[in-house]
Design a binder for this molecule. Structure first.
Ligand code: GDP
Length: 297
């Protein structure tokens, strides 16, 4: 479907004489192709522009050894820069969950994979990190969503807060905190309500929950296939709620991963996890190298 960037640049450089260093003209020519590749991978235009500028500075005058073609050299510089932008600080996927019970707030739009990701992450924390986890659904408008979390909890062997009809999200969050403290839980996860689009009521509700829970981590779950919308969503949630990281779902689909680069560049917040399917094990730590490879095609 997409032409590989290396091949594309190879074609461009066939027309140029091989020199010991990349000239400003070579770089400009190559970066035109890189720009197209970024936009095809769904990187937003301002982010693509900014990225190209950074690469241009690094690539102009860079030496080309005999073992590589100028095209390969540009691809390497682009690849390294992609990783530099995508990589967060510290260990990928690390969460601040010391001082138990540590609250993790899960936020995002309806259908983004929030409930599934909550359960996947709870499973990972339980099995991989040996944590005792409690999950609570705050989606009072959708009883089915509350039941879905309960069913997933049973399936993965993770406790869920009993559902009490008629409670508001803030009360549920407080009850989760109490139960987590009394029950000796290391972590409690609050799966907030999703909406089809960002609206004021949703934001106020999540703000109120954030204020009582004082979360150690606030993870935004976004559908990796939604491209530019994902970036817009991340910007909005970060402005209003203040996220600490992103979980990018549906990366098993054929999206090119440009949203990851844009979100990272726009919010400055790390992508911590990647959803790779519907199964409870299909959650992985974000690997900048893999996404960089995907963006380059
Ligand atoms: P929520 O409304 O945000 O809580 O979304 P759900 O967790 O209910 O997920 C919506 C649908 O997306 C469900 O059918 C999930 O199985 C599916 N889903 C969630 N994460 C992924 C993923 O990483 N890959 C794929 N292919 N499907 C996913």
């Amino acid at each position: 479907m997409f032409e590989n960037l290396s091949e594309r640049l190879g074609g461009v450089f066939d027309r140029l004489t091989k020199q010991g260093a990349l000239s400003a003209d070579d770089v400009k020519t190559a970066l035109r192709e890189v720009r197209v590749a970024l936009l095809e991978a769904d990187v937003s235009l301002p982010v693509a522009r900014q990225f190209i500028k950074a690469v241009e500075k690094k690539a102009t005058g860079a030496s080309v050894t005999k073992s590589v073609t100028p095209g390969q050299q540009v691809v390497k510089i682009v690849h390294d820069e992609l990783i530099a932008v995508l990589a967060g600080e510290g260990e990928p996927g690390a969460l601040k969950i010391d001082s138990p019970p540590a609250p993790i707030l899960m936020v995002g739009l309806q259908g983004s994979g929030k409930t599934t990701t909550t359960a996947k992450l709870a499973k990972r924390l339980t099995e991989r990190d040996g944590k005792k986890v409690l999950m609570a659904s705050l989606d009072v408008n959708r009883p089915a969503a509350m039941e879905q979390l309960e069913i997933l909890g049973k399936q993965i062997g993770v406790a869920t807060l009993p559902i009490v009809k008629g409670e508001d999200p803030v009360t549920i969050a407080k009850r989760a905190k109490t139960q987590a403290s009394l029950g000796g839980y290391d972590v409690y996860m609050l799966d907030t309500a999703g909406r089809l689009s960002i609206d004021e009521e949703l934001m106020q509700q999540v703000e109120a929950v954030r204020d009582v829970a004082n979360p150690r981590e606030t993870l935004l779950v976004v559908d990796g296939l939604t491209g530019q919308d994902a970036v817009h969503t991340a910007e909005n949630f970060d402005d209003r709620i203040g996220i600490t990281g992103v979980a990018l779902t549906r990366m098993d689909g054929d999206g090119r991963g440009g949203a990851a680069l844009s979100m990272r560049a726009v919010t400055g917040k790390p992508i911590k996890f990647v959803g790779l399917g519907e199964k409870m094990d299909a959650l992985e730590t974000f690997e900048p190298e893999r996404v960089a490879g995907r963006i380059l095609g």
